[in-house]
Write a protein that binds this ligand. Structure first.
Ligand SMILES: [Fe+2]
Length: 388
């Protein structure tokens, strides 16, 4: 995120001698992406982050694609998934391509290990639950409706204070950022953006753990988890500054836009990645022209696969949808309001829908695991008199 932030102690200039009270040197680390030219932070450790005691492969995470080749609109019900243990190791795969992978997890325990994703940025949508995201750069309290953006490479862990926790995890091969068209040439979110820097929550409450011992970090790389054992608590930072850190944004801080007549989904865009966007559908008044059609028109979204996560049970244009539903409307199949929904919407003045949309520009594959909670008849749900 292009907002400079600093916590704790940092030397007056970068790359100069910086000593601890006992006279030893702090270890300076550059943490960032795109080598030395992307967003980065300079981080000052009590111990050397290079001190690894042991490594071992924990598990392969190879996601299997559903072999069913029939091309269709699809619907999955995450609300019917069982709870799992780990927020890191027990994620339930939903769909994926080379740019983005979606999974769902309902952890009922806090992990003992720390976690570092070394292959992607993560956007974690907190559908239910509350807690604290902890990392060496500070902590971010989170609750329902938060998007937690964790750039790759940052060690972190989740401590839950409210359960059940239900999290939609969006993992991105590219760098996740705010939409370019919302920012001016200086990187600031402009007045016409649907949110501002004031809505973005950055780490606070930096705590320095100067503890020696054996601390496991699960590192995700090339779709496998490796257990890396280091000889000190990884949250040993006394200070840092820069532009590279986890941040949070609550979906209810997105200011929805309405028009005299219908505005298309890009008006709801919240994040951009490489090869996909994330949009937030929030409660809002309907369009205000008396002849306006409140529900959207049928669309084919050519060259885009559209995923919707329904963060409430209410969605103006769909039937058969429940809280936690995930629909996939792929490029090549028209979709739109279910029969009767257009007519029914005419008497309504507002919608209470809450949904997260992920639009990808390359085709998605459905994970085989997701078929277990699939509504197999969804593709026929637009037929007014389905065949018996
Ligand atoms: Fe759509």
């Amino acid at each position: 995120m292009p907002i400079y932030h600093t916590l704790g102690l940092v030397p007056r200039k970068r790359h100069i001698v910086f000593r601890q009270p006992n006279g030893t040197l702090y270890t300076e680390e550059l943490m960032g992406n795109m080598g030395f030219v992307g967003p980065s932070s300079l981080v000052y450790h009590v111990h050397q982050p290079t001190q690894v005691l042991d490594v071992s492969l924990l598990t392969e995470l190879a996601w299997m694609a559903d072999p069913d080749p029939a091309f269709r609109n699809r619907h999955f019900r995450t609300g019917r998934l069982p709870a799992s243990r780990s927020v890191i190791a027990d994620r339930f795969p939903l769909m994926f391509n080379a740019d983005v992978a979606l999974s769902f997890v309902q952890p009922d325990e806090d992990d003992e290990s720390f976690y570092r994703n070394a292959q992607g940025d993560e956007v974690v949508y907190v559908s239910d639950g509350a807690g604290v995201l902890e990392c060496p750069l500070g902590a971010i309290a989170f609750s329902r409706g938060d998007y937690l953006v964790v750039p790759r490479g940052i060690v972190h862990c989740y401590r839950f204070t409210e359960r059940p926790a239900r999290l939609l995890v969006i993992e991105s091969a590219g760098f996740v950022r705010t939409p370019h068209r919302y920012r001016n040439e200086f990187g600031q979110l402009m007045e016409n953006a649907p949110f501002s820097e004031r809505d973005i929550r950055r780490p606070s409450d930096l705590r320095t753990f100067d503890e020696k011992g054996e601390f496991p970090i699960l590192v995700k790389k090339e779709n496998r988890l490796t257990r890396v054992l280091v000889d000190h608590h990884p949250f040993d930072v006394v200070g840092w500054d820069g532009y590279y850190y986890p941040w949070a944004f609550n979906i209810n801080d997105f200011e929805p836009r309405v028009g005299r007549i219908h505005l298309p989904p890009p008006i709801h865009q919240t994040f951009e990645g490489d090869g996909f966007v994330i949009c937030s559908f929030c409660p809002r008044p309907y369009d205000f022209d008396p002849r306006a059609m409140p529900v959207p028109y049928v669309h084919s979204n050519v060259m885009s696969d559209e995923v919707l996560y329904y963060a409430s049970a209410e969605f103006m244009s769909r039937k058969g949808i429940e809280y936690g539903s995930v629909t996939l409307h792929p490029d090549g199949v028209p979709h739109g309001p279910h029969p009767g929904r257009a007519e029914a919407s005419l008497s309504q003045t507002q919608t209470n829908e809450l949904a997260v949309m992920v639009d990808t520009f390359r085709p998605l594959r459905v994970a085989m695991d997701a078929v277990a909670v699939e509504d197999q008849d969804y593709y026929r749900s637009w037929v007014e008199s389905p065949r018996p």
